[in-house]
Design a protein around this ligand. Structure first.
Ligand code: AR6
Length: 187
């Protein structure tokens, strides 16, 4: 593994691959405000998890940008799916960073409150929603670090699951920049 940090009682690591086959407690989905499914990782999660996820999403009715809600994980190798809605990139002048930060904060707090100790998160907003990957990776890692500062040991492990090598490299750079001093790096 080329990216692992231990920080305030939580392991923060990176994995390159398909999140739908990643074994965890909470699998975070990059959804949209309707919660009715879509393309990208959202489509993959609904396909792999089966119709019970959409049924629960429809009962919930929707989710605001920057917020998060939990549903069953259906057939996925997780206890729950946490659906969060990232911002659409509009050039960086519409509080996209703040709203992306809120996605990570809401998802991590919801996981901790539900005792879901290992959380897997895809690169929210950097696909169809067009958020530049290097910028999004910095927001993700800074927010994870702040969460660990505020809630030490609240989660056992936070894994960023990145689909392609370019995205993986961007998160690796951000991980090393945001956690320069933490022990546990494996190269
Ligand atoms: N596992 C891990 N990462 C994946 C997977 C997968 N199976 N599939 C794609 N990715 P996106 P967004 C990566 O577009 O930008 C949907 O239609 C992908 O390569 O899934 O937040 C929703 O309904 C990219 O790095 O999410 C919304 O309408 C990252 O996941 C909209 O797309 C995010 O890409 C949300 O757009």
């Amino acid at each position: 593994m080329l990216g692992l940090r231990h920080y305030r009682g939580t392991a923060v690591d990176l994995f390159q691959g398909d999140i739908t086959s990643f074994v965890c407690d909470a699998m975070v989905n990059a959804a949209n405000t309707s919660l009715r499914g879509g393309g990208g990782v959202d489509g993959a999660i609904h396909r792999a998890g089966g119709p019970s996820i959409l049924e629960e999403c429809e009962r919930i009715g929707g989710c605001e940008t920057g917020q998060a809600v939990a549903t069953t994980a259906g057939r996925l190798p997780a206890k729950k799916v946490i659906h969060t809605v990232g911002p659409i990139w509009r050039g960086g002048h519409e509080r996209e960073a703040e709203r992306l930060q809120s996605c990570y904060q809401s998802s991590l707090h919801l996981a901790a409150a539900s005792n879901l100790l290992h959380v897997a998160i895809p690169s929210i907003s950097t696909g169809i929603y067009g958020y530049p990957v290097a910028e999004a990776a910095k927001v993700a890692m800074q927010t994870i670090r702040s969460f660990c500062d505020d809630r030490p040991q609240a989660l056992r492990r936070i894994t960023m699951v990145l689909f392609d090598s370019e995205t993986y490299k961007a998160y690796q750079k951000a991980l090393f920049a945001c956690f320069p001093e933490a022990e546990g790096d494996e190269t």
